[in-house]
Write a protein that binds this ligand. Structure first.
Ligand SMILES: Cc1ncc(COP(=O)(O)O)c(C=O)c1O
Length: 372
């Protein structure tokens, strides 16, 4: 049965530009440069202009972007990489791939954003990088994070996989740290027609290193100056993203509209202590990639919504130190907020194809479920 309110509806999101995307993909078949075609360079220029960075380097996925960022920083065995304990596994996973040790630090409730005090306490002489995630669309506190990192001499990577289009104090997410990484996974704010990712930097030398790493460490054809990989984004993926980028602002505005509507409709429930959520007030603009609420009795609340035909999702059901593959990682502090987030977080539908009536219905049904 089709849900009354689906959690995502990618066909509907693509519908307005589907014909144009197919036309641009057909162009790729015509010129035949399926890898490193003109669409890739055009996309990189457009992405750099969109976030206001000197360089954008496209790549195969958000995970590849994080891996390439860590490779560009020379991270390897014996190094520690600080990552939040509540997020998608990719930053911790990339540290592991390189033989480094992820160090898990606590986050704040209800934002799920890395706690700058916990981060500072986790830094040791072995710390070689900090990955701060701009979770659910809201930039982390990069003013404090960058200040701490500069004082300790540690580079910062922004994981902006969920936050492209967001701003903090007028600066775009993706440019809030030395290197920014994003994802074009289809459900992201700028979702592609498949996997994809990009890195942002203002530093020409870092950009050059990243471009080499993406292409087997080559500085010229068959001249390999460093360890690299095949991290390229294909021309068809770039073609679809170019079309999608055309409508990025209206898509973002739609997400923000839905976010503000939820903020308003759930305000009373928050004031009564029935649930909690973070807004972007006083911070900037969230990309509203997820609308996450923190509720006590999540399973039952989710069941009530499901019974009414509303799909929800749990991002993420486990704090990272509870994942089997990360069992041996160093945890800094108790990580109690990461555990609380994993137990209580519930994400409501917020995709741009939702109607105002659907949003009202979700908020109304949720409020009823909370007082049941
Ligand atoms: C916070 C975060 N980091 C990294 C990634 C990895 O991106 P990708 O799926 O494109 O590899 C994701 C996407 O799921 C994410 O949400």
């Amino acid at each position: 049965m089709t849900p009354k309110v689906p959690f995502v509806d990618l066909s509907a999101e693509w519908e307005p530009v589907r014909a144009e995307a197919l036309r641009r993909i057909a162009d790729v078949f015509d010129h035949g440069r399926f890898v490193a075609g003109p669409e890739v360079a055009e996309l990189e220029q457009r992405l750099a202009a969109t976030v206001g960075s000197n360089f954008a380097i496209s790549c195969a996925s958000g995970t590849t972007a994080l891996l390439m960022a860590m490779m560009a920083l020379g991270i390897g065995p014996g190094d520690e990489v600080i990552v939040p304990a509540f997020t998608f596994i990719a930053p911790a996973e990339c540290a592991l791939i390189l033989g480094a040790s992820p160090v898990l630090v606590d986050v704040q409730v209800p934002s799920g954003l890395i706690d700058p005090d916990a981060l500072e306490a986790a830094i040791t002489p072995r710390t070689r990088a900090i990955v701060a995630v701009s979770l659910f669309g809201l930039p982390a506190d990069f003013d404090r994070i960058n200040e701490i990192a500069a004082r300790k001499g540690v580079p910062v990577i922004e994981d902006a996989a969920q936050s492209l289009g967001a701003t903090r104090n007028g600066k775009s997410s993706g440019t809030l740290a030395g290197i920014g990484c994003t994802s074009f996974f289809p459900t992201k704010a700028l979702g592609g027609a498949g996997d994809g990712g990009a890195l942002f930097t203002d530093d020409a030398d870092t950009a050059k290193r990243l471009a080499e790493i993406r292409d087997h460490g080559q500085s010229g054809k068959y001249h390999h100056v460093r360890t690299g990989l095949n991290g390229r984004l294909g021309s068809m993926a770039a073609a679809a993203l170019l079309v999608r980028l055309e409508m990025f602002e209206p898509l973002l505005e739609k997400r923000r509209h839905i976010g503000r509507t939820y903020d308003r409709l759930l305000g009373d429930a928050r004031r009564s202590g029935l649930l909690d959520f973070v807004t972007d007030e006083g911070i900037g603009h969230s990309a509203r990639s997820q609308y996450a609420v923190v509720v006590k009795d999540r399973e039952n609340v989710a069941k009530s919504l499901e019974a009414a035909g509303i799909q929800t999702a749990v991002h993420y059901p486990q704090a990272l130190h509870r994942q089997p593959v990360l069992q041996d990682c160093r945890c800094s502090g108790s990580l109690e907020n990461a555990l609380a987030m994993a137990e209580k977080v519930l994400c409501l539908p917020i995709h741009p194809a939702l109607s105002d009536d659907q949003v009202d219905f979700v908020a109304e049904t949720l409020c009823k479920a909370l007082t049941k």
